[in-house]
Design a protein around this ligand. Structure first.
Ligand code: NDP
Length: 255
């Protein structure tokens, strides 16, 4: 039995990395999926994911938007509604992690990080929730990080601050939207080998330390994040609200 049969989902940053894995897991469970992307040159990559969803027998659309920009988000939600239907599952996955030590972080980097990692959750969730409230039905899942709970690296203080903000935003939204039968939860991955971490993990010593620091003695995978998202989006999780589910091998147990 498919757990998300005929549900309509939007995954921000769904064209690659963790977002792609989430899109494919949702489609495997029977959902139709809108795949958001941002970078012009990566549109073709979004189309590749769209074809994979269609091969699974589900509908998919590709929609460009800067999720930190209100006009873009409004247009994106309209396109999804027109082409797929009203969003029942929103996955706020898009994120950036510009690796820079505190003293080199510019105002532009700070704003871009917070716009993409925090403001985007506010913009997309508020608009999606406006549609979910009258239906008394919805799931919002924010992809956060171990950085929501602990210092993961000395060179991304702005990223850590944004992911910690995402944690409190998740809790606040959960309290306000729960009464409308809208569950708001989050998933917190540890290091996963995507484009975000390619450079970082290219150093064998850093990779070895990452593996050694994890209680499971391995890195996580994007599919594991997709599995957690499917669970939180399903009816099995109907009483889970405001929760940050760490999928980190136990890295943050002591945080
Ligand atoms: P990637 O760098 O592989 O992908 C980032 C995604 O975000 C891309 O789809 C990108 O779109 C999208 N994106 C970036 N900026 C915008 C924007 N302004 N508007 C819309 N989309 C945007 O990252 P991951 O897959 O690794 O990360 C996904 C999420 O998981 C992020 O929130 C990240 O913080 C979190 N995470 C990742 C970890 C890891 O180790 N990889 C660990 C913990 C958390 P495009 O391709 O079009 O540029």
């Amino acid at each position: 039995m498919k757990r998300l049969l005929n549900k309509i989902a939007l995954v921000t940053g769904g064209n690659r990395g963790i977002g792609e894995a989430i899109v494919l897991r949702l489609a495997e469970e029977g959902a139709d999926v809108a795949i958001n992307y941002y970078t012009d040159s990566l549109r073709e990559q979004a189309k590749v994911v769209q074809r994979k969803v269609e091969e699974l027998g589900r509908r998919a659309i590709v929609v460009e938007a800067d999720v930190g920009n209100k006009q873009d988000v409004e247009a994106m939600i309209m396109v999804v509604e027109e082409q797929l239907g009203e969003i029942e599952i929103l996955i706020n996955n898009a994120g950036i992690a510009p690796f820079e030590p505190f003293m080199q972080v510019t105002e532009e980097t700070w704003d871009r990080t917070f716009n993409t990692n925090v403001k985007a959750i506010f913009l997309t969730s508020q608009l999606a929730a406006k549609r979910m409230i009258p239906k008394r039905n919805g799931k919002i899942i924010n992809i956060l990080s171990t950085a929501s709970l602990m210092v993961t690296s000395p060179v991304i203080p702005h990223y850590q601050a944004s992911k910690a903000a995402g944690h409190m935003l998740t809790k606040g939204m959960a309290i306000e939207l729960g009464r409308y039968n809208i569950n708001v939860n989050a998933v917190g991955p540890s290091t996963i080998e995507t484009d975000m971490c390619t450079d970082f993990l290219a150093d064998p010593e850093i990779r070895r330390k990452e593996v050694e620091a994890n209680p499971m003695k391995r890195l996580g995978t994007a599919k594991q994040i997709g599995d957690a998202v499917v669970f939180l989006a399903s009816n099995e999780a109907e009483q889970i609200n405001g929760h940050l589910m760490m999928v980190d091998g136990g890295l943050t147990v002591k945080a």
